[in-house]
Design a protein around this ligand. Structure first.
Ligand code: COA
Length: 573
């Protein structure tokens, strides 16, 4: 089928649908929802059989939905309506939720229902539910809807235009404002989770207006309700009525960093530095875990977890992760598994921290060097075999960091973006000029970098970018990771594999040292950061402040490429 993805942004869900539907043999093009006139033009050019809207912030124009079959992905169960579906589900502690594919109609979410998928809820941030349960459900629901269209079966339920039925408005700010003197820890968590990653909970902190994100329960500390009582790296800890919560990220609503989401201690500044530093806590398995880096061992395998918020790795975080990796290497284990986090494995350098720095160019330089140091340490590990276990998505430098490991495993269902150019033509480093051709060959490497599109796990595996996948359930993936890590750690096999690895590294180093790859890449990056072309700085600024899109790039909008000609007569009314 010819499917036009009409979306506010080419976000994780849209990317996943793009990857899966392309794999199913559909012909796809993407148009960002910028203006009704532009949408109409896209429809004229592409002549889609179905318009699929995975993520919209405004209604589709009647001139479009009256003439074309438009399917909307709604992150709520059948009968639910409104723009804050997941927010309400989290606030009300709904035990079960869902994703529904509806036909666009005159009123918001009132059209015929083509399919719906239910899932049990977790106490988790909205963004995490969206990236996992909603995304998995949406893939199933969209496939089911398309199958019904193809077979002529029609919708599963007719339009429901009954006034206001099922309608839930945007969440009023007062409904989820935190009352620090009264709210218990779970209530605070629920409120912050319901608005994470956007819009965040508005609050007063040290007499400044901020939005709060990334909340975690604290197990041991307590204090006067509402008081700031500790800090731990980027996070600050605030007492509740019956305990305390860690707040990882803040967005200031005033001052020079207004509107920029940052690690809380960076956003708060000097006052955060005055707070007592809290230690990493021992976890139940005898390992250690803090909010960002955790380590555990099972047999001869060490697991390093680094669930950094949004997968972004600042200079300081790289240095801490590198230190944790060095500690893992000093252990009498044989295999180290780099687990990343459940939502993201890694998305490369921390563009928000770079934006907030006094000199973004200098901070970009420091950040890329810090990631390169980490990648080099992984590559030069001669004592252990390393496994990158990608349970969450990875992009840009994060993908290439993973390729520094000896084996790369991925959870079925994640999306990879193995390219840098979407960030203002950034050249990239992380030894990608060595790592990518080493895995997939020089021609394919070049093509992949130029393509600028997301890659699904099946395609990544057939290209040779990853070795194996399992899932989509976390438990299925973790079983694969455990099994493969244990097999690699088996003494006889380990010794042989380590020998092969050492020999290959020595051979490659003799042919062209890693330092030369790095110097060449950084020479290009120096131009991106300090050269006369400001594209990277402009793209980063627009990215971190979520500037609205003004056009759809040609790598997405197939229908806008020169020479594109849609077949006639394909439109379904
Ligand atoms: N640094 C800082 N924040 C990042 C980030 C990075 N490298 N990558 C993603 N994020 C943040 C986004 O700002 C967004 O923040 P929010 O919580 O305020 O919404 C959040 O992560 C989710 O990103 P979003 O773009 O909405 O998610 P997505 O799933 O739709 O897309 C990516 C994921 C990775 C494709 C996209 O975020 C991206 O292109 N990131 C930049 C990658 C990059 O160029 N890295 C630098 C070069 S190494």
């Amino acid at each position: 089928m010819r499917i036009l993805l009409l979306t506010h942004a080419f976000n994780g869900l849209s990317q996943r649908l793009f990857v899966e539907l392309t794999r199913d043999g559909h012909e796809l093009s993407v148009e960002l929802d910028i203006h009704d006139r532009v949408t109409l033009e896209a429809v004229e050019l592409f002549r889609p059989e179905v318009i699929l809207a995975p993520f919209l912030k405004r209604a589709i124009a009647p001139a479009v939905w009256r003439r074309h079959l438009c399917l909307i992905v709604h992150p709520g169960p059948q009968g639910d309506r409104g723009p804050a579906a997941l927010d309400w589900a989290i606030l009300r502690a709904a035990p079960q939720w869902g994703v529904t594919v509806l036909q666009a109609d005159a009123d918001w979410d009132t059209g015929s229902v083509w399919s719906s998928v239910a899932f049990p809820m977790r106490l988790a941030p909205k963004s995490s539910l969206y990236r996992h349960e909603v995304t998995e459900g949406a893939v199933i629901a969209v496939r089911a809807a398309l199958a019904r269209i193809a077979s002529g079966a029609g919708p599963i339920a007719p339009a429901n235009r009954t006034d206001g039925q099922g309608w839930q408005p945007p969440v009023p700010a007062a409904r989820r404002a935190i009352d620090w003197s009264r709210d218990a820890t779970t209530a605070v968590l629920r409120k912050i989770h319901s608005a994470d990653g956007a819009p965040g909970i508005e609050d007063l902190l040290l007499e400044r207006r901020v939005r709060l994100f990334d909340a975690h329960p604290e197990q041991r500390l307590a204090g006067r309700p509402g008081a700031l009582i500790a800090r731990h790296h980027g996070a600050i800890c605030r007492a509740t009525r019956d305990g305390a919560v860690w707040i990882g990220q803040l967005k200031s609503l005033e001052g020079p960093q207004q509107g920029l989401k940052l690690p809380a201690s960076v956003a708060v500044g000097a006052e955060a530095q005055a707070l007592p530093e809290s230690d990493a806590t021992p976890d139940a398995r005898g390992g250690t875990r803090d909010l960002e880096i955790g380590y555990e061992e099972r047999g001869a395998v060490g697991y390093l977890h680094f669930p950094f918020y949004n997968g972004a790795l600042s200079t300081a975080q790289c240095e801490r992760l590198r230190a944790a990796f060095a500690e893992a290497r000093a252990r009498p284990t044989r295999v180290i598994v780099l687990m990343g986090g459940p939502d993201f494995w890694c998305n490369g350098m921390h563009l928000h921290c770079i934006e907030a720095a006094a000199s973004p160019a200098d901070e970009s330089w420091a950040n890329i060097n810090a990631i390169d140091d980490l990648a080099r340490d992984i590559l030069n590990t001669a004592t252990h075999l390393t496994v990158a276990a990608l349970e969450g998505n990875a992009a840009a430098g994060g993908v290439f960091l993973a390729l520094a490991a000896d084996r790369v495993l991925a959870r079925t269902g994640i999306v990879l973006n193995p390219h840098y150019r979407n960030m203002g033509n950034l050249y990239g480093s992380e030894y990608w000029t060595y790592l990518l051709p080493r895995r997939i060959g020089p021609e394919r490497a070049q093509a992949l970098m130029a393509r600028r599109l997301p890659l699904g796990v099946h395609e990544a595996r057939s290209l040779g970018l990853i070795d194996e996948d399992a899932g989509p359930e976390q438990s299925e993936f973790r079983s694969l990771v455990d099994a493969r890590a244990a097999a690699l750690a088996e003494p006889a096999r380990f010794a042989a594999a380590l020998e092969v690895k050492r020999a290959a590294r020595a051979r490659d180093e003799a042919q062209r040292p890693l330092s030369v790859y790095r110097a060449d890449e950084l020479e290009r990056m120096r131009l991106n950061f300090y050269g006369f072309d400001p594209s990277y700085h402009i793209a980063r600024h627009r990215f971190v402040y979520r500037a609205p899109h003004a056009w759809t790039p040609l790598h997405l909008a197939v229908h806008r490429r020169i020479g594109f000609d849609a077949p006639r007569g394909a439109v379904r009314a």
